[in-house]
Design a binder for this molecule. Structure first.
Ligand code: FMN
Ligand code: ATP
Ligand code: MG
Length: 509
């Protein structure tokens, strides 16, 4: 069988593993269900084209195992269903029909929507399992496994997703290795094909950088970053979750003085909580608070949690709904204690899934040891992760909704990551850069008894200012800091405070 032989003879170890796993799933389905009980939902797209050939190979191996045939595939009896729509590309439509003819497929054309079409189909036919070319990264893959029962409200059947864990690169490795014919649109820069109304060629494949591009695009298999395969889909993606919209592109400084944006800083660090050497402190958390402060953000909380999935998840869940942005440090890597990503995934109610683009970065960084065959090293929260890539960073920072995961392990590294974040913010509006806080500090030897009441009154009169009191020692002076966005208000508050005491009671620090 040409597909089986092509993969067997290839020296692409990863492709072989993916192929073997997918064909294993297909063979088990053919063992579990009778041929009348299975169907393949085929639409001429690249993923379903790959699945068609995997099914042909799986059917061939199934028969061979049962000595049912010599592997001749002239007759491929798995029922094919195609939901034909007037909004499909004519090229996709004709490719689907041509493929059916080439491989002698029994194709059932359904003109209803997916749900109604399946309801009618399952009333008429004994179908119990349907193969789909869904892959991780597709919006509909979230939460699905290789075997996923249909959703509540849908007719009952098993969705079988044999290529769920295939990456964009795996799809093209298979197509090119097996020399499979695919729809011509993929040679014209289309990388994922929806309807004529929401799909254009992927501009990352545009040959000319001029605005018009001359209509020339590279073929889909040359897209190096598989994460961007849907960049040709014109539908808008959902905005990041957050308490308030913080994604506006700020060209410099936000002019709205009254907007208050709050952040929470979470350090994941057993070393801070347990080690007695005294050498480990939460320097990074502290440094980040100062950075946030310098762009006019308020830090509502800085916490240290254990390297434990539930501890991270609980803290992240609490803070992400109470703040505009949450920054998490520590616990990122490959050690047993590196649970931050799992904690963030749990807090966001998603699972970890292999990420091809992240794996690519790790491979550059650590070499080929890191890939494995099943991408264990590059698992990120599924469906919600953005990689914040900057040329100065060896590995991108990770953003999941309004949670940013930093990888710095010391203050100089943090400064570098922070500078990159700010640059990214200016170019693509990660978060708002606000007017920085202004502050003034006063020192006094007045006693607490004397200052308590006037300071309480001052707080009530100037609710827009943060009035912070501290002492360096019990017997030393009291330092009063007034902080806010409006220098004039700080001056008024200073004057109001000084007027309540004899001249010279306060000196500016
Ligand atoms: C064979 C088949 C089975 C499907 N089963 C389900 C299902 O169980 N639950 C569900 O929410 N959507 C199901 N869908 C719909 C898809 O998840 C998804 O909504 C659809 O592919 C989106 O395509 P669109 O972006 O073109 O609308 C099914 C689709 C097909 C073709
Ligand atoms: N109109 C349709 N008819 C039959 N099956 C469909 C249809 N639309 C989607 N499917 C099923 O859903 C799967 C996922 O669709 P999706 O569009 O993500 O992949 P694809 O079309 O195979 O490839 P591409 O991502 O390049 O468009 C398909 O592989 C197919 O199994
Ligand atoms: Mg498609």
């Amino acid at each position: 069988m040409e597909i089986h032989n092509a993969v067997k003879e290839s020296d692409d170890r990863r492709l072989k593993t993916k192929y073997n796993n997918a064909v294993y799933v297909i063979q088990r389905v053919l063992a579990l269900y009778s041929i009348e009980e299975v169907a393949f939902s085929f639409n001429g797209g690249k993923d379903s084209t790959v699945l068609l050939h995997l099914l042909r190979a799986g059917y061939y191996l199934h028969n061979k195992e049962k000595s049912l045939s010599n592997g001749d595939l002239e007759n491929f009896p798995i029922r094919i269903i195609y939901f034909e729509s007037p909004s499909a590309f004519p090229e996709i439509n004709s490719f689907t029909h041509d493929t059916a003819t080439t491989y002698g497929l029994e194709m059932e054309i359904i003109t209803l929507d997916f749900k109604s079409g399946l309801e009618d189909l399952l009333k008429a036919k004994p179908i119990r399992a349907i193969f789909l070319g869904v892959r991780i990264g597709d919006p509909t893959a979230v939460g699905q496994e290789q075997f996923s029962p249909s959703s509540p409200g849908w007719p009952p059947f098993m969705r079988v997703n044999p290529i769920l864990d295939w990456s964009y690169r795996d799809i093209w490795s298979f197509i090119l290795t097996c020399k499979v014919t695919y729809c011509g649109l993929y040679d014209q820069g289309y990388t994922s094909i929806g309807s004529i109304y929401d799909t254009v060629p992927n501009k990352l494949l545009c040959i000319s950088h001029s605005s018009s591009c001359g209509g020339k695009y590279k073929p889909a298999y040359l897209l190096s970053n598989g994460r961007l395969e849907r960049a040709g889909r014109t539908k808008k993606s959902a905005p990041s979750a957050g308490r308030t919209p913080v994604g506006e592109v700020m060209d410099g400084v936000d002019s709205h003085k009254n907007i208050m944006l709050t952040a929470s800083v979470i350090t994941v660090g057993d070393e801070i909580l347990y080690l007695r050497s005294g050498s480990v402190g939460d320097d990074l958390g502290l440094a980040l608070c100062q950075k946030l402060h310098s762009i006019g953000w308020t830090v509502s909380q800085a916490a240290v949690v254990q390297n434990d999935i539930d501890s991270v998840a609980e803290e992240v869940e609490r803070q992400k709904s109470a703040n505009d942005m949450v920054f998490v440090f520590g616990g990122v890597g490959q050690l047993h204690s590196d649970v931050t990503l799992a904690g963030v995934a749990k807090a966001c109610g998603v699972r970890l899934a292999p990420d091809e683009e992240f794996e690519e970065y790790l491979r550059h960084l650590i070499g080929d040891h890191c890939t494995g065959d099943r991408n264990e090293m590059a698992q990120l929260p599924e469906g919600i992760t953005e990689l914040l890539d900057h040329e100065k960073l060896p590995v991108p920072l990770i953003k999941c909704q309004n949670v940013i995961i930093l990888t710095a392990t010391n203050v100089p590294e943090l400064e570098k990551e922070w500078d990159c974040l700010i640059e990214l913010t200016r170019s693509s509006g990660l978060f708002a850069v606000m007017e920085p806080y202004a502050s003034k500090s006063l020192s006094t030897f007045l006693s607490d008894v004397e200052t308590a009441q006037p300071l309480s009154e001052l707080c009530l009169k100037f609710p827009d200012l943060k009035i912070v009191c501290r002492r360096k020692s019990r017997s030393g002076p009291l330092i009063i800091s007034l902080e806010g966005k409006d220098v004039a208000r700080i001056e008024s508050a200073t004057e109001a405070l000084c007027n309540k005491f004899l001249p010279g009671a306060f000196s500016e620090v």
